[in-house]
Design a protein around this ligand. Structure first.
Ligand SMILES: Cc1ncc(COP(=O)(O)O)c(C=O)c1O
Length: 397
């Protein structure tokens, strides 16, 4: 049934956007009190104390509450330039590049699609995709071209190259990956970046999970590669690493020709990123990556526990090795839809995960398990319920 407003259908643009699975899962959880959620893609810890120190004196004068520059405040830009150079090896070349702060990296992505794509243009995303990327592309009247990954959710360069057409404007990679938890190989990222350079396409690299790497894997920013500045867009976020999800601070390094368009888009929808949040981000950068790394061993132990627990369900449940972010993507041998499995898990077993359908996985049933949002003992209890629930649903009990 199509939705109506004042007796007319909603815009065709929004009607084309997939129904977002997260509110549906949230409603199911609400209706089943006591459900343990392995759904949410956030961390279990809050921001560092330096973030609170940085905002303590904010707001005493009226001018501190005025609008500020669209691209972000100078204090944050200075701190980000050092961070990008020291940690990512990205030395911003002001002749060629811009640093642009947004209210979260989802907003950065949406701006980019609006700025770089005309209606009908194509953006290549990997399967499984991050739903908000695909939704943003559709909202901009562009077209998400979904390219299959390999069995372990790694990049398939042949398929990516074959998907390029005259209308391709961007190739999007997410590493470490949501929802698959995979960390792409350096060589594969280099190959994608070179392909983009050779074909005149932007390489959009979403690095929201840059610090969440395990088992000896390394995060690599394609923006560090030689001759990448003119076609590479690197997206970063404070939401995960620094526990600042609802403060809404993200940023991008983008080719300079996009600057005017980015300013138009930002000015129209946001005017400027909230200054208090930007100051909290400056404080977070003073704490530095060690803050997040202090939690990594604990999260890694939880990841290992989750992988071990799920192994009991093989071969009806297969989980490829996932060495990054805080997600596992399980492939289930069942004729049920992923949403039907999620509904049963919540209603009958009081544990929530996210259906693979939201990430474009519709042919084979998948569920995404997020293990970063809760303390270890709660994840353990959630996994016990999940393994028991899946065992019943997959009829192995
Ligand atoms: C790959 C990816 N990019 C971006 C975001 C959103 O980041 P932000 O909170 O900075 O908008 C998420 C959140 O789950 C994500 O998984």
């Amino acid at each position: 049934m199509s939705e109506q407003t004042l007796g007319r259908p909603l815009s065709a643009r929004m009607a084309a956007v997939q129904t977002h699975v997260m509110p549906d899962v949230a409603a199911l959880i609400e209706a089943r009190p006591g459900t343990i959620s392995l759904g949410q893609g956030v961390v279990h810890y809050g921001p560092p104390p330096q973030s609170f120190d940085a905002i303590r004196d904010f707001g005493g004068t009226p001018s501190e509450h005025h609008y500020r520059g669209a691209a972000g405040i100078a204090e944050l830009h200075d701190a980000l330039r050092s961070k990008l150079a020291d940690e990512n090896g990205i030395f911003i070349d002001d002749e060629q590049q811009v640093l642009f702060v947004t209210a979260g990296s989802n907003m950065a992505f949406y701006h980019l699609v609006l700025c770089a794509c005309d209606p009908g243009d194509e953006v290549i995303v990997m399967s499984p995709f991050y739903f908000n990327h695909e939704m943003a592309i559709t909202m901009a009247n562009a077209h998400a071209v979904v390219v299959p990954s390999d069995e372990k959710y790694g990049l398939r360069l042949d398929a990516i190259e074959a998907a390029i057409t005259e209308r391709t404007r961007m190739i999007v990679t997410i590493s470490p990956n949501n929802p698959a938890g995979v960390v792409y190989e350096v060589d594969a990222m280099r190959a994608v970046n070179e392909l983009c350079r050779n074909r005149g396409i932007y390489h959009v690299s979403d690095e929201a999970y840059e610090y969440f790497t395990f088992a000896g894997t390394q995060h690599v920013s394609p923006g560090v590669l030689a001759d990448s500045a003119a076609h590479t867009i690197s997206l970063f976020s404070f939401s995960k690493s620094y526990g600042l999800a609802n403060w809404r601070v993200g940023y991008m390094v983008a080719p300079k020709p996009l600057m005017r368009a980015l300013q138009k888009s930002q000015d129209t929808v946001l005017i400027c990123p909230p200054v208090i949040s930007q100051l909290a981000a400056v404080g977070a950068l003073q704490a530095g990556p060690e803050y997040c790394r202090g939690y990594i061993d604990g999260i890694d132990a939880v990841r290992t526990m989750c992988l071990q627990r799920l192994q009991q369900l093989a071969p009806q449940c297969i989980v490829p090795q996932a060495n990054g972010a805080f997600y596992l993507l399980a492939r289930l041998d069942t004729p049920l839809s992923s949403m039907a499995v999620v509904e049963r898990l919540i209603r009958e077993h009081k544990v929530a995960v996210i259906p693979g359908s939201g990430f474009g996985l519709r042919d084979v049933c998948h569920i995404r398990i997020a293990y970063g949002a809760l303390e270890a003992n709660s994840v353990e209890e959630g996994m016990a319920r999940l393994v028991q629930g899946l065992g019943t649903i997959l009829q192995m009990a």
